[in-house]
Design a protein around this ligand. Structure first.
Ligand SMILES: Cc1ncc(C[n+]2csc(CCOP(=O)(O)OP(=O)(O)O)c2C)c(N)n1
Ligand code: SF4
Length: 251
């Protein structure tokens, strides 16, 4: 009997079982990255920079060369690797605690220098790995272990919108915010990733894709409720879309 392959796991990820909690969208984002690297023929020349957070083990999952960076320092490590290996495709994979809190200086300066790297920014509005503390991206009123009555603007200011902020940095080339809460948005997110890697291949400079992601465990929700919460609460504050496309200016 003739058999037809309808679906198979991407070769862009190893066979190692993901360590993410059930319903966490880190896994979907990994899969998209793996698919894009394979489809663009970049896997063999890619170097992923794993950061600190739930994705600390991502060096085990991406089926390419990887390097672990200290908390927040992934863009600096990526800078060194890219500058010494200009033909490699270099990407970082960072949570919002990693990128928007401890690594805020690194990401701003890497964007400002226009480093030719691709940043994958996973915004789940909380510190996942360490048990659900408030992050710079935590929403006003959102309860976390360090804001048990809900984040208060008077105490901690407004949540940081990284894509909007980096769009004001002249050196940044391509910035887009996407979500993976349903198949339509997953397809859109993949397109944005493809574009970001194209920007790097074409030596056009710094690109970042911000993913709205879920943390059902620390949000205290079922996987389905957490997808709904991302749509109802996160996306209104973090609107999806293109924040900067400097490639158009250059054409
Ligand atoms: C210098 C330093 N400070 C603090 C920590 C502890 N720490 C590890 S992971 C983490 C939070 C990570 O949260 P995030 O980046 O949002 O990723 P997530 O786990 O939510 O995917 C913190 C504070 C550390 N490892 N190193
Ligand atoms: S703690 Fe949250 S972010 Fe981390 S793997 Fe679990 S659900 Fe995902």
């Amino acid at each position: 009997m003739k058999t037809e392959t309808i679906y198979q796991p991407t070769k862009g990820l190893t066979e190692r079982q993901l360590t993410y909690c059930p319903g966490c969208t880190h896994g979907i984002i990994h899969k998209l990255i793996g698919e894009v690297l394979v489809e663009k023929g970049l896997l063999d020349t890619s170097v992923g920079i794993a950061s600190v957070g739930c994705s600390v083990m991502s060096y085990e999952f991406f089926n390419c060369d990887t390097q672990q960076a200290a908390h927040g320092r992934a863009p600096a490590v990526a800078t060194g690797i890219k500058r010494t290996n200009p033909d490699a495709t270099v990407f970082t994979y960072q949570g919002d605690g990693d990128l928007a809190s401890i690594g805020l200086a690194e990401i701003v300066h890497a964007a400002h220098r226009g480093e030719n790297i691709t940043v994958i920014f996973v915004n789940n509005a909380i510190y996942g790995m360490t048990g659900g503390q408030m992050a710079p991206t935590t929403l006003i009123g959102q309860k976390t272990t360090t804001s048990p009555r809900g984040r208060d603007q008077g105490d901690t200011g407004l949540p940081l919108r990284m894509s909007e902020m980096l769009a004001t940095v002249p050196g940044a080339t391509y910035l887009e915010r996407v979500s993976v809460h349903d198949p339509k948005h997953i397809r859109k997110a993949k397109k944005a990733l493809e574009k970001a890697f194209d920007v790097q291949t074409n030596k056009q400079g710094f690109s970042m894709i911000e993913f709205i992601s879920t943390c059902p465990v620390n949000w205290g929700m079922t996987p389905q409720d957490s997808l709904n919460w991302a749509v109802d609460q996160m996306i209104p504050y973090y609107p999806l879309g293109l924040y900067k496309d400097g490639t158009k200016e250059e054409n």
